[in-house]
Design a protein around this ligand. Structure first.
Ligand code: NAI
Length: 502
């Protein structure tokens, strides 16, 4: 039987069964306090062995001058408990405010975002009644590193960073998740037909690590067709692992397909701390009216209970919650679709779950959870081992230049006129398209040129000092150098993309 939440989370030392586990709780903004109260009421009634300590986050903190929505002392609680149950927060509009979620993920190294997306048909209408997919999204890297620059009048850039340890951590986590939860298939989605180095690394690591999990069927899909298939035939997928940006988009598609985003919880897993929250926001439009659906936060809390090795309580709550769905108990967001009677408020809904504790669903698939292994050795992915450094050789440099958007030939002449010891101009590209030598007049150019210099005739490598000499010559010639990228080989393998047209 499939479980819907991870059983292999994090490497906290397992507490004694009867000990209360300290957790950090933040109510958040908008509907946050209402759904948190409902959730904690169910947890208490089910006998969760937790000792919550509360921190303030969100709007109040932003307005008190904490630019990322959290006060410095709150980190102490998170470091101490290492488990965070978080309500949604309202991100203030306007500049100067940082996303609290991004801050927490990055600061605490929460590298895996796990989002189970399950259909509850016929109790929640959906076109995909058999859907039961878990998206495992890389959470720290990719275009989300936030390294952006304006380089010229016309061009801005965002760096896409993919690291081998980052790929290893997330891919191994996804395999461990699949294994621990009785899942049979893991699909990797990237765009490595285009981004051969960054997405190519993710795919390669996926292939390497799959060898350790022979019982799990693996496949790779290009993200565009993968996303289309997920949207039309989600029942074909089991667990999906993917880099940050694709995962961000896919996980919202997947949640929407189940029929209600209000029912999904998610876990953000790191080596030291884990954070659990609903996927929806603070719903200011219904805040304070006691009508919000606490299910997303409650299912996040179920994931948390498994994580802190209270699988028995997690299953008890989850199965009782499934019973409420089967019994036609619903909150206002799920009204309509043939339902009769009045919707339940948040607290009444919690009470309805509490009444059903100990019952098993009749139609929906009951869940079973197992406590994760108490130690890292027993399965939770640890930090990947660092490899010895490769033999690195400098073979050239890409010099990025801000120059008028016309005249690649003219730019080439100006560059060639600069005396550069040990280096020769090999090509110029504009937005990745080769425009010199042999450019096409039809190619649209902007004011941002990549000028590739490689070693002179017969030279396999170039000296760093020669690059500095080249830059001095370019600057003396009045050329506006924006940045450089060294071209290197690693153990003889090319560490840079060839320009288009080569
Ligand atoms: P939202 O998810 O808060 O609301 C979208 C719609 O869904 C609204 O009509 C709302 O009433 C409804 N809804 C959401 N959760 C519900 C629940 N539990 N029960 C019943 N109905 C529910 O998204 P929106 O309006 O775009 O964002 C509101 C605020 O939340 C923004 O400030 C946004 O930045 C923040 N936000 C925070 C997140 C977090 O803390 N993890 C995640 C997403 C948004």
């Amino acid at each position: 039987m499939k479980n819907d939440v991870p059983t292999d989370l994090l490497a906290t030392a397992g507490p004694a069964p009867s000990a209360l586990v300290p957790i950090t709780v933040a109510q958040g903004d908008g509907i946050g306090p209402e759904i948190m109260a409902a959730t904690l009421k169910v947890l208490a009634a089910a006998g969760a062995r937790i000792a919550p300590e509360t921190i303030d986050i969100g709007e109040k903190l932003y307005h008190a001058g904490h630019g990322s929505g959290i006060a410095p002392e709150a980190w102490d609680s998170l470091r101490r408990t290492r488990v965070f149950l978080k309500g949604p927060i309202t991100t203030p509009q306007g500049g100067g405010y940082k996303s609290l979620n991004v801050t927490i993920r990055k600061t605490l190294g929460l590298y895996a975002n796990v989002r189970p997306c399950v259909s509850y048909a016929p109790f929640v209408p959906t076109r995909h009644p058999k859907m039961n997919v878990v998206i495992v999204r890389e959470n720290e890297e990719d275009l989300y590193a936030g390294i952006e620059h304006r380089q010229t009048d016309e061009v801005v850039q965002c760096l896409k960073l993919i690291t081998r340890p980052g790929c290893e951590k997330i891919v191994r986590y996804a395999f461990e998740y699949a294994r621990a939860n009785g899942r049979r298939k893991l699909t990797c989605m990237t765009k490595d037909n285009i981004m051969k180095m960054t997405d190519g690394l993710f795919h390669r690591v996926f292939d390497e690590i799959s060898a350790d999990y022979p019982e799990i069927t693996t496949e790779h899909m290009i993200i565009d067709i993968g996303a289309a298939r997920l949207a039309t035939r989600p029942e074909q997928f089991d667990v999906i692992v993917t880099p940050n940006l694709y995962g961000d988009i896919l996980s919202d598609i997947a949640a929407e397909l189940t029929g209600s985003v209000g029912l999904a919880g998610s876990a953000n897993i790191g080596e030291h701390v884990a954070m659990f929250e609903a996927i929806h926001g603070s719903a200011p439009d219904i805040a304070g009216r006691g009508m919000a659906n606490p299910s997303g936060l409650l299912l996040a809390a179920v994931m948390m209970l498994v994580h802190i090795r209270q699988a028995d309580i997690a299953a008890r709550i989850h199965n009782a919650w499934l019973c409420t769905l089967e019994d036609g108990v619903f909150t206002a967001d799920l009204a309509g679709a043939g339902r009769v009677g009045r919707p339940f408020g948040s607290m009444d809904f919690a009470d309805a779950i509490i009444e059903r504790l100990g019952r098993m669903p009749a139609q929906l698939r009951a869940v079973q959870y197992q406590n994760p292994a108490p130690s890292r050795e027993a399965g939770t992915p640890a930090s990947p081992a660092r490899r010895p450094p490769a033999r690195k050789a400098l073979v050239g440099v890409d010099v990025f230049v801000h120059a008028a958007a016309t005249g690649a030939d003219d730019l080439a002449r100006r560059l060639q006129a600069c005396h550069a010891e040990g280096l020769r101009l090999q090509m110029i590209t504009n937005r990745g398209v080769k425009v010199w030598p042999g450019g096409f007049p039809e190619t649209f150019c902007t004011d941002h040129w990549r000028c590739r210099f490689v070693g002179g005739e017969g030279a396999d490598t170039v000296a760093l000092r020669d690059i500095i000499g080249l830059l001095e010559a370019l600057i003396d010639a009045g050329i506006d150098v924006i940045k450089t990228e060294n071209l290197c080989t690693f153990d003889g393998e090319r560490g840079f993309a060839l320009g288009q047209g080569q």
